[in-house]
Design a protein around this ligand. Sequence first.
Ligand code: EPU
Length: 419
Amino acid sequence: MDKLQIHGGVPLEGEVRISGAKNATLPIVAGALLADGPVAVSNVPHLQDVTSMIELLGRMGVSVTIDEKMRIEIDPATIRDCTAPYELVKTMRASILVLGPLLARFGQADVSLPGGCAIGARPVNIHVAGLQAMGADIFIEGGYIRARASRLRGARLVLETVTVTGTENLLMAAVLADGQTIIENAAREPEVVDLANFLIAMGAKIQGAGTDRIVVEGVGRLSGTHYEVLPDRIEAGTYLVAGAITGGRVRVKHVRPDHLDAVIVKLEEAGAQVGVGDGWIEVDMRGRRPRAVDIRTAPYPAFPTDMQAQFAALDTIASGVGTITETIFENRFMHMLEMRRMGAEIRLEGNTAIIRGVDHLTAAPVMATDLRASASLVLAGLVAEGRTDIERIYHIDRGYEAIEEKLALLGARIRRVPN
Ligand code: EPU
């Protein structure tokens, strides 16, 4: 297994192009199952999770081709088995996103329950209850969700918690249902909006995506289309923090600045100068030490849970005391324990981490435990004195395309080495 080796202490300088969004690509690729004809998707990031989703469709018999520019073509016509097997679902929870499309388009879906997760319990009860309200017969057997419906019926769904993939699954089910579906308390994340725009390009009738009330008029069929995935706001935010934490100047290109409002506010609070233009954001820390910031995660448009760990890294070397409160997932602080091993002063009180900034971190061997936790360890490594070795970096390859190459272009001393 590879590891990342980082020699910290270099202020990052330069520009980095941001890839397509992982969390938009996954539902869009799953949503291609709804089409009558071939679907082409471009600006797809080269990531392990995307490969896993493609492999899942391939196992079902769906034809998927990829060209050298990571443009994917998906033709659902060849499907022969509506099953998402355990051995694939256990490697990627987002496999649950095939449940809604399979049921809506083919009348059946057998999807393994995802099980435990490194960041929290992450149940899928809201996905299941919504489909049942739309008339699906669902039972759990042998660890699988077995769902059947000759045609789903439109319904008013009031989601008990804001859930991103839950909203996406129900939206994909509703577009081919008979009649009107209203999703109340819907997730407003840009990735939900991107999925809705993709479905609209296929002929779906959707209003209100991006608000907490999505209204869908079911249609009889959806056609193939070509769609370009939106830029990854979390990848962009991670590189901006990399600029800030190292006292450098980093510009992220090919981004949607409006999707990063909550992150930009916190970078400014930390003392960075932030410039925004058409498709780019630049953070300039001018060699200064960041000021500690307080973060509270919540559904979009509030501060994203997927950026919490990166700001925790920033707080470890900031002046003052910062707090990080995680309200979405119950166990998303594993990175805090690893950063303590690098000299960070962090106290945990329930779902809040209290971080007293230290003058410097010292390098140590650390272990990645989930995707965003790994990103925060890379950031800590970029400022630590000495050589940080990060193990289990398969987590980072799930969500950051060529991270060591992009950071090296900004001047970081980082390399991937076999363990
Ligand atoms: N929840 C339920 N029941 C459900 C569904 C969710 O109780 O049926 C709870 C969860 O346990 C959690 C909360 O609702 O406490 C919100 O979870 P959500 O369902 O929104 O998370 P998700 O859809 O499983 C997506 C992203 C995550 C991101 C979260 C929150 C994808 C593929 N994944 O997960 O991304 O953290 O939304 O924004 O879109 C990542 O990229 O590193 C990542 C974990």
